[in-house]
Design a protein around this ligand. Structure first.
Ligand SMILES: Cc1cc2nc3c(=O)[nH]c(=O)nc-3n(C[C@H](O)[C@H](O)[C@H](O)COP(=O)(O)OP(=O)(O)OC[C@H]3O[C@@H](n4cnc5c(N)ncnc54)[C@H](O)[C@@H]3O)c2cc1C
Length: 190
């Protein structure tokens, strides 16, 4: 059933086929997971890949049994390759600009082309809002971490400054790092 027929990037071919059962917006972990199962159920789907997954700046992924310490790039690449083996799935490397209801279908529009789909799966993830600190991006995942669940262990035994905001910043910090906090200095920005 599965065959090596990855049409990744072949926007033109996808455009010619035009009508799909499902349009999946987002080719991160969620979108590709959905695509894989649609592929196995012979449901035709077009997946739109708008670029980088949320954790693409990190070096290693943690917490997926069997995939511990994989690089996000390698992991997404493998997932894409798996999905591309299913003949009913097409991956288009474009950002979706608009979705409109047109009768019984949805019109899903990239800059250049319009695709028709009966259903739309929105798997666009979330966008992290990082503090505006000069040069922060230089230390992303290399001295500055913003997901204690995923990367907290990398900070063990180090002196940490935890930058938090919201209604109850101290309890937020404790919730994630409590068992490792030996001394805590708190500074409020507002
Ligand atoms: C620093 C950091 C480290 C992390 N480490 C881990 C970890 O070790 N283990 C773990 O389990 N989780 C980790 N996470 C969480 C993990 O990254 C997310 O849970 C996961 O990426 C969510 O997958 P997703 O498919 O929902 O979204 P995403 O991975 O963000 O994928 C969404 C995709 O949709 C695309 N997209 C958005 N808009 C459009 C559009 N209009 N058209 C087309 N495409 C679009 C985006 O380009 C992106 O590729 C980490 C997160 C961060 C921030």
């Amino acid at each position: 059933m599965a065959r090596a027929a990855g049409l990744i990037g072949e926007e033109k071919k996808a455009g010619q086929k035009n009508l799909f059962d499902v349009a999946i917006i987002g080719a991160g972990y969620a979108g590709l997971s959905a695509a894989l199962l649609f592929g196995r159920y012979l449901v035709s789907a077009v997946v739109f890949d708008g670029g980088r997954a949320r954790n693409s700046m990190t070096r290693r992924v943690h917490g997926y049994p069997g995939l511990e310490n994989s690089s996000p790039k390698a992991l997404i690449g493998k997932m894409c390759a798996d999905v591309a083996k299913y003949r009913s799935i097409i991956v288009v490397r474009s950002t979706v600009r608009a979705v409109k209801r047109r009768g019984r279908h949805f019109a899903v529009m990239t800059g250049a082309l319009t695709f028709q789909a009966r259903y739309v799966v929105i798997a666009t993830g979330v966008q992290d809002i990082k503090p505006r600190i000069k040069n922060l991006e230089k230390f992303d995942d290399d001295g500055a971490w913003h997901c204690p669940y995923c990367d907290g262990l990398e900070t063990a035994g180090r002196r940490l400054a935890v930058i938090v905001s919201g209604k109850n910043p101290l309890s937020f910090a404790k919730e994630f790092l409590g068992h490792r906090i030996s001394r805590c200095f708190y500074a409020s920005a507002g």
